[in-house]
Design a protein around this ligand. Structure first.
Ligand code: GUN
Length: 284
């Protein structure tokens, strides 16, 4: 192994210590930060994510509420609940776990969340603010990846960065955050004609497609930084990412493992965003 492993667990621990300190300071002033988590349906992966988010709140002195609804919940009832949470002073952040059941319009639901409580950063007001360089909340996964670059002193200015994936949750905001730091950014996706042509020229590759082995050792230049946002299962049911870690670890300069890389950072940045929302609400 020649690549330096980017340790998302260690960095999360460090950042969560700061979250806990800020949460305690707010609580002492009578403003305990609060996160509302809403899950509709019984997607097993979503259940695990949501459980981990609530546990992270409990471990770091944040108040949390958890609404769990059957898949049949109507869109109108969900919107009504969001309105209540928008008006609840104990709640600073609202997270509606995606995906939602097909009969519910997720765009409509996201737009119903008050932008100042949209700790996912998915509301069009927040997406627009990010795009114009005035971000209120940065979406948690790409925000966590940016913290990793910072922690490991990985230069972004002038770097060639390739983001594989164009989702609203990861790919698009990741590209904007890299651009903000002066990287030359290329977004590749399922319709890209020759992925390797782009990745071979990249100093940084962020893979966020949800498919195994999209990036292999022959597709990167030696010393490149590889960030793996994927969460998949291999043929033996073992958790794995989007990149061929075994092949890449001898050629990359820096690489994130799965598990223990980006995953813990996503939840950590959710806590950070919730603290920032609570501090703003409290006038800190
Ligand atoms: N589903 C997968 N990732 C996320 C996320 O970051 N936030 C929400 N709300 N749902 C998700």
């Amino acid at each position: 192994m020649t690549a330096t492993l980017i340790d998302g667990l260690a960095l999360s621990k460090k950042l969560r210590a700061d979250v806990a300190t800020r949460a305690a300071a707010l609580t002492a002033r009578g403003h305990q930060p609060g996160l509302a988590v809403v899950l509709v349906g019984d997607n097993p992966a979503s259940e695990v994510y949501v459980r981990n988010k609530i546990k992270a709140c409990e471990d770091n002195d944040l108040h949390s509420s958890y609404d769990r609804y059957p898949a049949e919940l109507s869109e109108a009832d969900l919107l009504k609940r969001i309105d209540e949470l928008n008006n609840d002073p104990k709640i600073n952040g609202i997270l509606v776990q995606l995906p939602l059941p097909k009969h519910i319009d997720s765009h409509k639901v996201i737009e119903a969340i008050a932008p100042e409580k949209d700790v996912d950063g998915f509301h069009v007001a927040n997406a627009g603010a990010l795009m114009t360089g005035q971000a209120l909340f940065r979406p948690c996964t790409p925000y966590g990846v940016m913290k990793m670059f910072e922690e490991y002193n990985i230069p972004l200015e002038g770097a060639n960065a390739v983001v594989i994936g164009r989702s609203n949750i990861v790919g698009k905001p990741m590209a904007l955050l890299l651009l903000e730091k002066g990287a030359t950014v290329t977004i590749c996706h399922s319709k890209t004609r020759d992925l390797a042509k782009h990745t071979l020229d990249a100093d940084i590759v962020v893979a966020a497609v949800g498919k195994r082995n999209v990036l292999t050792a022959d597709m990167i230049k030696p010393g490149a930084t590889v960030i793996d946002v994927g969460m998949n299962r291999d043929d033996n049911g073992k958790l794995c990412g989007d990149v061929d870690f075994a092949g890449l670890k001898d050629k990359a300069g820096f690489i994130t493992p799965v598990p223990g890389g980006v995953g813990p950072m996503t939840i950590t940045m959710l806590l950070v965003n919730t603290i920032e929302a609570a501090e703003r609400a409290a006038g800190v």
